[in-house]
Design a binder for this molecule. Structure first.
Ligand SMILES: [Mg+2]
Length: 452
């Protein structure tokens, strides 16, 4: 029996705005950050969960974690995991906190950190990685993790059990594949940030091709001529006929008609999909873009979104409206593993592949578990998963890619535990003499012009 005795939060920020890592059409200069929730227990284990943000405002998420975490302080872990769906419902049902959501925005980002910390703790006590905890469940047990409120018009628990049973026969074989690290092919965005110069982009793309990658993503959505030049450099590096796939990501900069006209101009570069063409809340807008880009003279361009999609209800509507070619849930923007399971099952029901959002610190560490769960337990089909080669050195068990595949995590837990020295070094606002944010170098960011 493990009792949760308390919690702490940590505000950790990496100064990625210094070299424009992570830059795109909407986010010019982010400082990749993590709002941590660390659960302490009366055992040797701690539960680590985090939510990803890009800097300013991370402290607000930490405050929201402080408001939510008392809901589970003093509870036995078993009492939370015995009926997970019920626990999740309980965590979103504090009526006063619910007012500042419900199930969206800062309070939901905080919930993601808290719920994932419970999963991390639970998996550690079971001595398994999170993906294997789910892989070892029966279909009924998986479905019991989910709060089906608001989605039964699209998917009932009974249907979900039936979908899982359909792919159960070969599950053992897929677990073995996962154990050989052949379950989750990776794609890379490392070359494609908008703030990178053309030479840097070209070198990084060529390196990625040599490293065995077959999928490449570039940021677009700036000036049209610049986008054309960048995509043409990319196609020169990866070719059109070598089986290499190009994706583009506009990070919400366009209105619907702009998205359609801009992407028609870029159709000659044959992207598989346009990611986040417009507002993440615009279900019908995405549907209109998908329809308009279905038949260009150069073929079909698909539509993808999800990294800022706030909950399973929105995903349900995107799917019901036929608005998406690819669905990209974020591991901590929605309410943790449980809500992600609901989203994976919805995607399976509608026959849409999932490509989780991983462009951020800690995200690949999380999403490698979700993509493995999708392949092994939910869809039975391989997809791809974004891998961004930044900041992994700060994690105790960093995500990594070998031969174009994610190396399946085998350590117990949910893989986002950060090294204590990294937490101290990048804690914000941080301690004098310990934190980078108290150094002279940090003044460039703290006192420099705010890049909006
Ligand atoms: Mg994106």
């Amino acid at each position: 029996m493990v009792k949760i005795t308390g919690f702490t939060t940590r505000d950790v920020r990496f100064p990625t705005s210094l070299d424009k890592t992570g830059s795109d059409a909407m986010n010019a200069a982010g400082d990749y950050s993590a709002a941590y929730c660390i659960l302490s227990t009366d055992s040797e284990h701690e539960g680590h969960g985090m939510t990803f943000t890009i800097g300013r405002g991370n402290e607000i998420v930490c405050l929201a974690i402080k408001s939510l975490a008392p809901l589970i302080a003093g509870r036995d872990l078993d009492s939370l995991t015995a009926d997970w769906g019920k626990t999740w419902r309980y965590l979103v049902s504090d009526s006063q906190l619910r007012w500042i959501g419900p199930e969206k925005g800062v309070i939901h980002l905080a919930l993601g950190a808290l719920v994932n910390a419970i999963w991390d703790l639970w998996a550690k006590t079971l001595n398994k990685p999170v993906w294997k905890v789910v892989a070892d469940m029966t279909p009924e047990e998986v479905v019991r993790c989910i709060d089906f409120r608001y989605i039964t018009d699209a998917l009932t628990p009974e249907e979900a059990v039936a979908l899982l049973k359909e792919v159960e026969a070969d599950k053992k074989k897929r677990i073995e594949e996962a154990e050989r690290s052949e379950a989750v092919p990776a794609y890379t965005t490392s070359a494609g940030w908008l703030g990178y110069g053309e030479e840097k982009m070209k070198t990084l793309l060529e390196e990625s091709v040599r490293a065995g990658y077959r999928h490449f993503k570039l940021k677009v959505g700036g000036n049209l001529e610049d986008d054309k030049r960048r995509l043409s450099i990319a196609r020169d590096a990866i070719g059109y006929d070598k089986g290499n796939i190009l994706m583009v990501d506009a990070n919400q900069v366009w209105s619907v008609p702009e998205a359609i006209s801009h992407m028609k101009e870029l159709a000659q570069f044959k992207p598989w999909f346009i990611e986040e063409p417009t507002s993440p809340d615009d279900v019908l807008g995405h549907a209109a873009i998908r329809t308009a880009l279905r038949d260009t003279p150069h073929g079909t361009i698909g539509v993808a979104t999800g990294e800022m999609c706030q909950n399973r209800v929105m995903f349900k509507q995107f799917l019901q409206a036929g608005a998406l070619t690819v669905l990209q849930p974020d591991a901590c923007r929605v309410g943790g593993v449980n809500e992600c399971l609901a989203i994976l099952l919805l995607a399976r029901k509608f026959g849409v592949p999932i490509v989780p959002h991983s462009g951020g610190v800690g995200l690949p560490e999380y999403t490698q578990h979700l993509s493995t769960i999708d392949y092994v337990v939910v869809s039975g089909k391989k997809s791809v998963l974004e891998y961004v080669d930044h900041l992994h050195e700060h994690f105790e068990h960093p995500a990594s890619v070998k031969n174009g595949y994610y190396v399946t995590p085998m350590e117990p837990g949910y893989s986002v535990e950060m090294k204590p020295e990294s937490m101290d070094r990048y804690s914000f606002p941080g301690e004098e003499g310990k934190s980078w944010w108290k150094t002279e170098e940090a003044r460039t960011i703290l006192e420099g012009p705010r890049i909006v």
